[in-house]
Design a binder for this molecule. Structure first.
Ligand SMILES: NC(=O)c1ccc[n+]([C@@H]2O[C@H](COP(=O)([O-])OP(=O)(O)OC[C@H]3O[C@@H](n4cnc5c(N)ncnc54)[C@H](O)[C@@H]3O)[C@@H](O)[C@H]2O)c1
Length: 423
């Protein structure tokens, strides 16, 4: 049993680290949240978290400034949890500098018997390799002096608080004792199963989950490409095939974005290049979809002298404002490079964009020749009214998410992947 005087120090207070800190604090632990970004710490100390999630704020208020306090550098604790970013370099290899920096920052505070957990998504062999090596350099043997485990996170933005409690967790230690003690810590608030395994199996299972999705989305996108040479409706084919009791083909789309599905497969490729032709091809197919969409937009507007394209939705998926790695950015850049006028609308994105402005739905649609839906935000069902569509020069929608529903009386033309290569 882990006693509640146990002090947990969590490094990285982003989408993963902050909710994790809030959960542990709500379950009675003393928690120090650490972030190198001074602005994040000031905001948290002021009681204004930078993360919005259903049911989050109440849990945050219960503990913030009380059992959960904030620092810009680690403090001595019993357990350290690392939840810092793990992006990819331009060559798609994992950038582990944040993980190494966080581990090094913890080292001066370590005492024999402490537990260290890496929650960041990492390539296979990182826990037993790079992280354990940093400890070894400091004179600590991972698994003996310092318990060390990887516990990947699989929450989905928009449902983080629900999923952090109810999802099954995988806890992989560098030895059995590390797995057991780390798993017991999560069992204090996780209601899903907590599965103990080795560090490398935990690393790999997290990566395979997102790779599974990437490969299956690539299969659906390949079917869209097949429809350019065969007279089929790919969405109809998927609907029919999915009536098979053991088949679930995913939906095609304009590409894959976000910082998980579009990134994690590369962590496997990096470690097993020769053995991953399927994973690499899936990445290539999904990466090619923005170009497919751009060329279809050009084809659909080929007879218009100076077309204006209205883009609706730049988030990497529906109902969130996160645009990181979003294929929409590549589509907009592709249209701009082709000299095509683009007006972009996404009411959920609050950040300023570098290469274009975000405008209102009305300003985007006005006098446009094609309205392209790239994110399936629920609120677009209301926005895409007949009144709005009537302001277009030509009322045509290209729906890359198979999501728009027009009334049967609508005079607008709706094109989705069923008609993409024929409309
Ligand atoms: N966001 C998700 O939905 C999600 C889901 C599963 C896994 N993950 C993984 O979890 C990890 C964290 O992701 P995130 O979305 O929370 O990132 P984030 O960018 O939202 O937050 C990371 C925070 O870490 C801070 N940081 C960087 N270096 C630090 C250091 N040395 N010490 C302390 N703080 C430091 C940054 O300032 C930032 O505030 C990544 O590996 C990611 O792949 C994320």
């Amino acid at each position: 049993m882990i006693d509640r005087n146990h002090h947990i120090c969590i490094l990285g207070l982003g989408y993963i680290g902050l909710p994790t800190a809030v959960m542990f604090a709500n379950y009675g632990f003393r928690v120090t949240g650490v972030d190198v970004n001074q602005r994040v710490i000031e905001q948290l100390r002021a009681g204004t978290p930078h993360i919005e999630e259903p049911n989050f704020f109440e849990l945050f208020q219960n503990v913030s400034g009380k059992s959960l306090t904030y620092e810009t550098a680690p403090v001595a604790a019993d357990t350290y949890i690392i939840a810092v970013p793990t992006p990819v370099h331009a060559d798609h290899s994992a950038d582990l500098t944040y993980v190494v920096a966080a581990t090094r920052a913890i080292v001066p505070h370590l005492q024999k018997g402490n537990l260290m957990i890496v929650e960041s998504t990492i390539p296979p062999q990182t826990t037993d390799g790079i992280v354990a090596d940093v400890l070894r350099e400091a004179g600590w043997q991972a698994g003996e002096d310092i318990l060390l485990a990887h516990c990947p996170e699989r929450v989905i933005p928009g449902k983080i608080i629900y999923e952090i409690v109810h999802n099954a967790r995988i806890v992989g230690g560098v030895n059995e004792q590390s797995s057991r003690v780390a798993a017991d810590l999560y069992r204090t608030f996780v209601e899903g199963q907590v599965l103990e395994t080795t560090a490398i199996n935990a690393e790999m299972s997290k990566l395979m989950e997102n790779t599974y999705r990437d490969v299956n989305i690539a299969l659906a996108n390949e079917l869209v490409k097949i429809s350019s040479v065969l007279d089929i409706n790919p969405l109809e084919v998927i609907r029919l095939a999915n009536h098979h009791p053991r088949v679930n083909i995913l939906q095609p789309g304009p590409g894959v974005g976000g910082h998980c599905i579009a990134v994690d497969p590369y962590f496997i490729v990096e470690k097993a290049f020769q053995q991953t032709p399927l994973i690499q091809t899936a990445r290539e197919i999904n990466e090619s979809m923005p170009d497919v969409v751009v060329s279809q937009i050009q084809r659909l507007t080929a007879t218009v002298a100076q077309p204006k394209i209205a883009v609706f939705g730049i988030a990497y998926k529906g109902n969130v404002g996160d645009w990181r790695e979003s294929p929409a950015l590549k589509i907009i850049a592709g249209l701009q490079q082709a000299g095509i006028e683009v007006a972009v609308h996404d009411p959920l994105v609050v950040d300023r964009m570098k290469d274009f402005e975000l405008v209102s739905a009305e300003a985007a649609a006005q006098n446009s020749d094609l309205l392209v839906v790239l994110a399936d935000h629920q609120l677009f069902h209301d926005t895409l009214s007949e009144t709005l569509l009537a302001t277009m020069r030509q009322a045509r929608i290209l729906d890359t998410k198979n999501f728009v529903k027009l009334s049967p009386e609508s005079s607008a033309e709706l094109i989705n992947f069923n008609h993409l290569f024929r409309a």
